[in-house]
Ligand binder design. Structure first.
Ligand SMILES: Cc1cc2nc3c(=O)[nH]c(=O)nc-3n(C[C@H](O)[C@H](O)[C@H](O)COP(=O)(O)OP(=O)(O)OC[C@H]3O[C@@H](n4cnc5c(N)ncnc54)[C@H](O)[C@@H]3O)c2cc1C
Length: 375
């Protein structure tokens, strides 16, 4: 028997959920297909950071800020935990302080809401930051934290209850021939199809991925607990993170930071390590990460990488006796040269992918734009 809806979304990660939400808000009847019984891809394996400070001013930052606005609305309506805790980039070396100062000067008129703090100001307000050698820090207000494991499970159920989203979990879509979407048990006739398959390049429209400048990135992560949980402050990171996000790439002073790390600690470059410390609503610490690239990636996690991450963490986080309770890795598609892949393989079918390490940050804003154009 054939079912019908206005929009079909393939993929129950954050990209698929964001498109379903945007379409439902426009009054569309939406069906969402997720291959697994519940989503287990990149969207549940991440830090849960909404991180506009990592996006360069221009289109990407605008999308990130719009996304944050929508996350606030979603959290408010659904009762999800969202902590508008901001972020702190800590500088322990003169060259890192130079980058923070240059960044503030280049982007003084941008929509970032940031402020350079001196070491005394940081020590007074955030006791978990290691005080020794701290030179300065960049405080930014725009970052927030969600608990991705809870958010990605709650949002679909909330959309079903509030907006009558038709949910099809445990239903891989194996064929799309517009206007038909076929899973192993059902066929749906729809007006629009949004395909958000994350790292699965092989099932739907594989020809789009074959020669595209896209690869996969594997990231190692850990969860830790501390004996006496402390009130979550801003998400913390330090000098290595300046090398990671595009936002800092315009700073000429970054070259000195790169050179120092490459000379003294080549393991960071080798494994693509930078270190973020997020804290969730249960007081747990989410710690990562590394970046290894390839279309096919080793399934085995290296304890050496975890050790490098924890060692670097100890240079800026003063809380001791973190007990690591979980290790895992996540994989996301990574585009070379752009932030997202939007393809229209046939009329009324849109494939959205390649949001890399910023899917939580960008998805709602991007979906708002795409659905705004399509419906
Ligand atoms: C370790 C790690 C840390 C990260 N940290 C952050 C962060 O803090 N902030 C941030 O902004 N971003 C972060 N990211 C990036 C972010 O997680 C991703 O960009 C985002 O989750 C991608 O979402 P997605 O929906 O495209 O993919 P996924 O979450 O992988 O979802 C794709 C879904 O599609 C389903 N699917 C695929 N094919 C089919 C099919 N044929 N039929 C039905 N279902 C199908 C899959 O089962 C899967 O559930 C991180 C990523 C990782 C891995």
């Amino acid at each position: 028997m054939e079912n019908s809806a206005d929009v079909a979304v393939v993929g129950g990660g954050i990209v698929g959920l964001a498109h379903a939400y945007a379409a439902l808000k426009k009054g569309a009847r939406v069906v969402l297909f997720e291959r697994e019984k519940f989503a287990v891809g990149a969207s549940v394996r991440n830090f849960g950071l909404l991180w506009p400070i990592g996006q360069e001013p221009g289109r990407n930052l605008e999308i990130a800020l719009k996304s944050r606005e929508i996350w606030d609305e979603v959290a408010h309506e659904s009762g999800l935990w969202l902590n508008p805790n901001g972020s702190l980039h800590l500088a322990y070396h003169a060259d890192e302080k130079n980058v923070l100062e240059e960044f503030c000067s280049i982007y003084k008129d941008s929509p970032y809401r940031m402020k350079l703090l001196n070491a005394v100001e940081v020590k007074e307000s955030i006791p978990s930051v290691k005080p020794t050698g701290l030179k300065a820090a960049l405080w930014s207000q725009t970052e927030s934290t969600v608990n991705p494991r809870e958010a990605i499970r709650t949002i679909p159920i909330w959309l079903k209850e509030k907006y009558k989203l038709e949910l099809r979990f445990g239903c891989p879509v194996h064929e799309i021939t517009y206007p038909l979407v076929k899973s192993s048990t059902e066929t749906w006739r729809v007006q629009k199809i949004i395909v958000c398959p994350g790292a699965d390049f092989d099932t739907l429209y594989p020809e789009l991925f074959r020669d595209a400048p896209i690869t996969k990135c594997k990231l190692q992560m850990m969860k830790g607990t501390i004996a006496e949980p402390i009130t979550p402050g801003p998400t913390l990171c330090a000098g290595l993170t300046l090398r990671h996000y595009a936002a800092f790439s315009k700073c000429k002073s970054l070259a000195a930071v790169d050179e120092r790390y490459n000379q003294n600690s080549p393991e960071f470059e080798k494994y693509g390590i930078h270190v973020l410390l997020a804290q969730n609503n249960h007081g747990e610490l989410i710690i990562g990460d590394s970046h290894e690239y390839g279309r096919t990636l080793e399934p085995f996690d290296r304890s050496e990488i975890d050790q490098h991450i924890l060692k670097y963490l100890s240079t800026f986080y003063s809380v001791k006796n973190i007990s690591i309770t979980e290790h895992w890795h996540g994989i996301y598609p990574k585009l070379n040269g752009s932030t997202f892949m939007i393809e229209r393989p046939e009329k009324n079918v849109v494939l959205v992918n390649g949001l890399g390490g910023a899917g939580m940050t960008l998805s709602f804003g991007l979906a708002h734009q795409i659905i705004g154009q399509e419906l």
